[in-house]
Design a protein around this ligand. Structure first.
Ligand code: SF4
Length: 383
């Protein structure tokens, strides 16, 4: 059982995609047929019912991620959400997000997703440049992404994110600026801009290894990043997390739970939960997971990590420094019972001297220079 009365989030993993993108190392499988999706939906509902007993905390956010959750029919999303409402205490108005791939939706099902209760879409655009999208192995082109965004606006969504990736092979400042300009045209409330990072297992990493493609150097990547920072600030976006920008009041509440090191429940194959200082992985493959849920067998949940109070505090520092507001001294002491300066004065002073951390009376936070070098800071807080 979660150990406090604080609100928590539910993450629901939908591990299916139309096909595997070249750069992706998430747990997802190519979708085979509609029957698998239906069986998986039923399993998610059973797991939600089963785990409701152990969660007494109110729920504040639901995030359907993947994979490609927009492969679900709106009516399947509706049944999943009904299981959340039936089994869990709800705190205020739920933020209900769904990740959407432009290759999988049209105006009608975007409207239907809204009518079944989804109130935030996160649209995996990545780039508006066809060559860049091709290199990523995306199933959509720039035009399709534009059409989806137009449909999202037409359907009346007023809270949606555009996901972008920078640091792509052959990407130039001009093509990145074009992508940023195109994103802004749709007046989104939120933009995420992540650096392309390749796990060795991905086809794209193999191409880099064999010299078929090459990645940009650090300087070029940093230049793309800081271009986005400046441009989005000019456009009125609040840079609230290293890679995330929002209109005021439209920060992603679910992701804030992660960055604030709060608890969350992960449902579905490959989903991770963080409850009571433990990280759990729902480890079964899809067939086994469906079978376990159907027959009521144990779900195959593996404990990944049991954290000591000191490790939980270190985690909260590393995650919290991702936020532009940083760590508030008093809040931290109230939560973890010790004074952060008492414990980490040397590290913080050292990072200040290098121009990586800044401090005011209430808090300490990354400098602008450190946003692109954040691991150098985070590594020093690991216990
Ligand atoms: S759509 Fe997303 S989750 Fe699926 S393969 Fe592509 S990047 Fe991975």
């Amino acid at each position: 059982m979660a150990n406090s009365s604080a609100a928590i989030g539910i993450y629901i993993h939908i591990p299916f995609c139309l096909h595997k993108c070249e750069y992706c190392d998430f747990y997802s499988l190519p979708i085979t047929d509609a029957e698998v999706l239906e069986n998986y939906t039923r399993s998610i509902i059973r797991e939600l019912e089963h785990r409701a007993e152990s969660i007494k905390n109110p729920i504040t956010t639901v995030f359907l991620g993947g994979g490609t959750p927009s492969l679900l029919k709106p009516q399947q999303v509706e049944r999943i959400l009904a299981a959340v409402f039936a089994g869990y205490k709800i705190s205020g108005e739920l933020e209900i997000s769904l990740e959407t791939n432009p290759a999988t939706v049209n105006l009608q099902n975007i409207k239907d997703l809204k009518s079944v209760g989804v109130n935030r879409l996160s649209i995996g655009v990545q780039s508006f440049n066809d060559n860049e999208l091709k290199a990523l192995g995306r199933m959509h082109g720039g035009l399709e992404a534009r059409m989806t965004l137009r449909d999202v606006v037409r359907a009346g969504f007023n809270n949606y994110n555009i996901d972008l990736i920078y640091g792509l092979p052959n990407q130039t400042l001009a093509s990145w600026q074009d992508t940023l300009n195109s994103a802004i045209e749709f007046n989104p409330q939120h933009i995420s801009a992540y650096l392309l990072q390749l796990d060795d297992s991905t086809p794209m990493a193999q191409k880099v290894k064999t010299g078929t493609i090459s990645l940009l150097d650090d300087e070029a990547e940093a230049s793309l990043y800081y271009t986005a920072l400046e441009f989005l600030a000019e456009q009125g976006f609040h840079h609230y997390e290293i890679s995330n920008f929002s209109r005021p009041g439209y920060e992603c509440r679910h992701n804030l739970l992660y960055w604030q090191a709060r608890e969350y429940l992960g449902i579905g194959c490959g989903a991770v939960s963080y409850i009571n200082g433990q990280r759990h992985l729902n480890q079964a493959g899809v067939n086994k997971y469906i079978d376990n849920c159907r027959t009521g067998r144990p779900l195959g949940i593996e404990i990944l990590e049991t954290m000591t109070p000191r490790q939980m505090a270190a985690d909260a520092i590393i995650l919290g420094l991702r936020l532009s507001e940083g760590i508030k001294f008093k809040e931290f002491k109230d939560r973890f019972g010790f004074d952060i300066m008492g414990e980490h004065r040397d590290v913080i002073t050292n990072c200040q001297d290098k121009g990586l951390l800044q401090m005011d009376k209430e808090s300490f936070f990354l400098t602008k220079k450190a946003y692109f070098l954040s691991n150098q800071v985070f590594n020093q807080f690991i216990v």
